[in-house]
Design a protein around this ligand. Structure first.
Ligand SMILES: Cc1ncc(COP(=O)(O)O)c(C=O)c1O
Length: 382
């Protein structure tokens, strides 16, 4: 029996050939493909710039740095995300401030954001949970009124659209991840898209040890070899090898997102009428598209753990996204969070199960998942 994972990359011979061509060439890292990859993603997102990093996490760290987060600054985000979202602010001495989720979207409840703002707030970091392209208009309004920077964690939402706009266009900086379970992969990798010259410069600075060779920025210039380290930066550079894979994968992105949506449609069609489970929310506006990085159901009338193990017995692997971050020991020990603080996030977590969804799943795989779930719930799924 073939095992169906909850997510998986799709690397084909074209991808492999593109990577091999780089391996046979002159540049393994810091060559021309980084800029080519950045240009493609910026154009797709509709922004002036893109700065690629060696992971989505380092890209988020870069965005928090570019936004000016420093010791004691508060960053508002959601407890339902991967730990990398608040960690990126904590690296800089920032303080995470969680706001509960909206049970209708699984994303941060925009109505509660304003109550969480203090004179130390610097950034709002919404997360497009599962690929649901969250409404950015209200967040933009709040950010403008309080002079805050929006760093959108769109690790799940490359290819998402909302009211006619690509995810990536509306926040001050938006992050996409290229981890293998994401929409396209570079192995590890991430990127920030932005329209800002200033943020772009700061992102590039953090990515490369805080060093610059830009004659306009140097305090003095001793010759063509001369560079200065002006900030504490890191080696967060992505390689040409990774970008060759990214460029080749990018050519298949639209097909990948379409297939993800086909699978989600097939699941919705059967699961929307099943007692005991709730299907994920869809964007409400015209000209919108969910990016379906994951397909999170809520097991409201069935045992989530039992469902997971019964599916596993049939070779169908699932996951849980996410353990609320305020329940993590590190966040409890360092920032005093405790269970019970964010009831909607906790309720979501207790019932959540992510079903398999990835472009290489064929109709037979999809039907196997549907039949298995119907059988576990004791209903006829035909
Ligand atoms: C919501 C979210 N933010 C950030 C990250 C970090 O991205 P990466 O794994 O590329 O560092 C992930 C990756 O899983 C994620 O899902």
């Amino acid at each position: 029996m073939k095992t169906i994972p909850y997510g998986s990359q799709w690397v084909d011979d074209n991808d492999i050939n593109a990577v091999c061509a780089v391996l046979k060439g002159d540049w393994l890292t810091q060559g021309p493909l980084i800029e080519q990859f950045e240009d493609k993603i910026a154009k797709y997102a509709g922004t002036r710039y893109a700065v690629a990093f060696n992971s989505g996490t380092s890209a988020l760290h870069g965005a928090m740095f570019a936004a000016g987060v420093s010791s004691g600054d508060e960053v508002i985000t959601t407890p339902i995300s991967f730990v990398a979202t608040p960690n990126s602010a904590v690296y800089l001495g920032g303080i995470p401030v969680f706001v509960d989720i909206d049970p209708a979207t699984y994303c941060i409840n925009t109505q509660l954001i304003e109550h969480a703002i203090t004179d130390r707030t610097k950034v709002i970091a919404p997360v497009d949970m599962a690929g649901y392209p969250m409404d950015m208009r209200e967040i933009r309004d709040i950010a403008d009124r309080h002079d805050l920077v929006i760093v959108e964690d769109a690790a799940h939402a490359l290819g998402g659209r909302r009211y006619g706009m690509s995810v990536g266009k509306e926040a001050d900086m938006t992050m996409f991840s290229f981890h293998p379970v994401k929409h396209i992969t570079t192995g590890e990798g991430g990127i920030i898209v932005t329209d800002s010259d200033e943020y772009t410069e700061r992102l590039r600075l953090l990515r490369s040890h805080g060093t610059t060779k830009d004659p306009k920025k140097l305090t003095r210039n001793e010759g063509s070899w001369y560079y200065e380290m002006q900030e504490l930066g890191y080696n967060y550079r992505i390689t040409d090898i990774q970008c060759a894979l990214g460029i080749s994968q990018f050519s298949k992105l639209e097909g990948f997102i379409t297939r993800r949506n086909e699978i989600a449609d097939a699941y919705d069609q059967v699961f929307q009428d099943l007692p005991g489970i709730i299907i994920p929310p869809r964007p409400r506006w015209p000209d919108s598209r969910h990016a379906f990085h994951i397909y999170p159901i809520q097991c409201t009338g069935c045992d989530r753990k039992g469902m997971m193990s019964k599916l596993k017995e049939q070779g169908i692997l699932t996951q849980v996204h996410y353990i609320p971050i305020h329940q993590q020991p590190y966040y409890q020990n360092h920032f005093g969070f405790r269970e019970g603080q964010f009831p909607h996030a906790e309720n979501y977590y207790h019932h959540e199960l992510s079903l398999p969804i990835f472009p290489r799943m064929d109709d037979e795989d999809v039907n196997r998942v549907i039949s298995a779930i119907c059988k576990i719930l004791g209903v006829d799924g035909s």
